[in-house]
Ligand binder design. Structure first.
Ligand code: GP9
Ligand code: MN
Length: 632
């Protein structure tokens, strides 16, 4: 027992706090791309794990026996490492921090395939270095006093200190970012300011709040939302309404396709020759000022927005978190009007919880991977290649009752953007980002696939009687590749203003025989598709609870709201808490952006209220009446 006092009493505890703290700060700086602008932000970043670690590890002080205490410390360090590493792996892929609902999307993680391999590597053992050191210390360092208990007043002082550091942290965060905890649109800001561990506690709190919201909602909230929607409704364009009634509707989600590649070349090579031809086509409306509005739910968010003309959620993927809600989707409307409604996507049916939510969206049939024959060499990245996918899909269409509504989701142009050599049609780009370099090649392949699709539709006699709507689902090149993007776009750097504008994705509304093709410069977003499409097909939406507006309507306003609160109009860009002149990119007085910031907050708030409260269960969309005090 002689060696006992050679070590300070609480050396294991102190060591654990220090080791995990240092590791966390190193991970912040090496594994996440958080924009730190000044010394104060660095200071907050460095101190933000301390309060949580003091408390989490400090609970060991309540154990009387040193073995229990030490085991608690070791297990805590392991759990914290798993949480941190989970965030790192997730961040590599989604460029975002984990939120609770996503953790339950295990069916997704099982499917990551090639992507998972691109994400994990052996050096990741570093993320567990503190656990290893603590374990070694416990094994080889002298044992601490078995009888050691901490005096109550010292333990008290310890937790007061932890609380004081937490308050200091929150205070500094509040001066750096006012309203941080009330406006939680941006997970990066949260992690930067309150730290990754506190962020998770906060997330758990928010999630439980939102399940409570549904239980508490009784439909009365809908009155205000309904008044707003009715007051802001855009009248359909009389000339366009019902112009293509009865046609088949094909909506194609173009994976990760951003607008910057359209009518652009890469080292002298055309990237999207077929889509470029559509921008000048007599039967195509090409929208060049159209934006994705997705959040963490990526493809699934875009599907949600298009079907419902509501936003996804600021946290998690609404497909997962609220898959069982009542909705009045575009598919439901079309189904009521005699359409055979279906989605075609050669992936596991449970990915993004599609098999579940498609029932809530009233989609009659899901052609998932089991509806396709994926032959030898016909899969890459996440699954079936786009060309055979389109070919077999057209085959399915020939067997469908008409009119049909088919929503098709492409897959080849997905991170990490790999292709088999025989599918490569242009060279790689030459920047420091392999992701961006390969992106041009997979985009080029997708362009070819769309061309094949159009030819097949013509060949099978489905072309003339259809409308084909195609849009990019979300960005493909995240801000992690800003340096390479700046090089490609010939800019010095990518500013928040540029980043916002880079969220533009192409939209094509191709109407064979319309002879009215044009380039449309209206500022718009995915939320506008539902009313636009339904009106072209002559379906009334005047009683629907939608936040978008018909793109052909005179009342459509030049504005698009992003899920994270950014806003773009024809005059301004609001991003990173700053207001920019849309034309010049110059920062201007924030007051100029105030009105659009306010309407963004209102609309996102209403959308969230509808989803979190599952409010459409209290709404009769046939009559436009609110069903109050319902038994639902
Ligand atoms: C998965 C596909 C891709 O089925 O839609 O999803 P994403 O990762 O782009 O959200
Ligand atoms: Mn996608």
């Amino acid at each position: 027992m002689n060696s006992i006092n050679k070590w300070p009493k609480h050396s294991i505890l102190a060591f654990a706090i220090l080791a995990t703290w240092i590791k966390t700060v190193i991970v912040y700086q090496t594994s996440f791309d958080m924009k730190i602008e000044n010394g104060m932000q660095y200071f907050i970043l460095w101190i933000n794990p301390i309060s949580f670690l003091l408390i989490a590890y400090g609970l060991s002080l309540f154990f009387k026996k040193s073995t229990a205490r030490n085991r608690y410390i070791l297990i805590t360090s392991l759990i914290l490492s798993i949480v941190l590493y989970g965030n790192v792996a997730f961040y590599r892929f989604y460029n975002d921090f984990i939120t609770l609902p996503v953790l339950f999307q295990t069916s997704n993680f099982g499917d990551l395939g090639t992507s998972a391999l691109a994400i994990i590597n052996v050096w990741d053992i570093f993320y567990f270095i503190d656990v290893i050191f603590i374990a070694l210390l416990l094994k080889f360092a002298p044992k601490l006093n078995e009888q050691l208990t901490i005096r109550k007043d010292i333990r008290h002082a310890y937790f007061v200190l932890a609380a004081a550091i937490l308050l200091l942290n929150l205070g500094l965060a509040e001066t750096e970012r006012p309203q941080l905890l009330t406006r939680s649109f941006d997970r990066e800001l949260l992690v930067k300011n309150i730290g990754t561990y506190n962020y998770h506690l906060y997330d758990v709190y928010i999630q439980s709040k939102s399940s409570a919201q549904r239980a508490l909602a009784d439909g009365s909230e809908l009155v205000e939302v309904n008044n707003y929607v009715r007051a802001n409704q855009a009248e359909p364009n009389a000339e366009m309404f019902g112009k293509y009634e009865g046609r088949n509707l094909i909506v194609v989600s173009l994976e990760s396709l951003q607008n910057f590649v359209i009518n652009n070349d890469m080292n002298g090579q055309e990237v999207t020759p077929f889509l470029n031809s559509l921008t000048k086509d007599k039967d195509t409306y090409y929208f060049n000022n159209f934006y994705h509005q997705t959040g963490l739910g990526k493809t699934s968010d875009s599907e949600f927005i298009v079907e419902n003309s509501l936003f996804g959620l600021g946290r998690g993927a609404v497909f997962f978190t609220h898959g069982g809600n009542t909705y009045n989707s575009m598919a439901e409307r079309l189904g009521e009007n005699g359409y055979f409604t279906n989605v075609m996507h050669p992936n596991n049916k449970s990915f993004w919880n599609r098999d579940m939510i498609y029932q809530s969206l009233n989609i009659q049939k899901y052609y998932d991977v089991n509806s396709y024959e994926v032959g030898e060499g016909e899969a890459v990245n996440w699954g079936m290649k786009d060309i055979p996918f389109f070919q077999q899909s057209v085959q399915h269409m020939t067997e469908m009752p008409q009119p049909f509504y088919s929503r098709m989701i492409t897959l080849t142009n997905h991170y990490p953007f790999y292709l088999d050599p025989e599918d490569i049609m242009i060279d790689e780009y030459t920047s420091n980002s392999g992701t961006l370099n390969r992106y041009f090649q997979t985009v080029r392949y997708m362009d070819e696939a769309i061309k094949v699709f159009f030819e097949d539709l013509k060949e099978k006699g489905l072309y003339d009687n259809s409308i084909i709507v195609m849009y990019g689902d979300h960005y493909g090149i995240s801000e992690n590749h800003n340096k390479a993007m700046a090089m490609y776009l010939d800019k010095e750097a990518i500013t928040p203003y540029d980043s916002a504008l880079l969220q533009s994705v192409p939209l094509f509304i191709h109407v064979p025989g319309s002879n009215d093709g044009q380039v449309m410069e209206e500022v718009s977003g995915q939320i506008d598709l539902r009313p636009t499409i339904l009106h072209l097909l002559g379906i009334d939406t005047s009683k629907d609870m939608q936040l978008g507006a018909d793109l052909f309507s005179e009342d459509h306003e030049d504005v698009v709201i992003f899920r994270d609160g950014r806003v773009i109009t024809d005059k301004v860009v609001y991003a990173s808490d700053a207001c920019y002149d849309r034309a010049t990119g110059e920062q201007i007085d924030i007051a100029v952006c105030e009105p659009v910031i306010e309407s963004a907050t209102t609309e996102l708030g209403y959308s969230d209220a509808i989803i979190n409260g599952d409010l459409l269960r209290f709404y009769d969309s046939a009559t436009g009446n609110l069903i109050q005090n319902s038994m639902k």
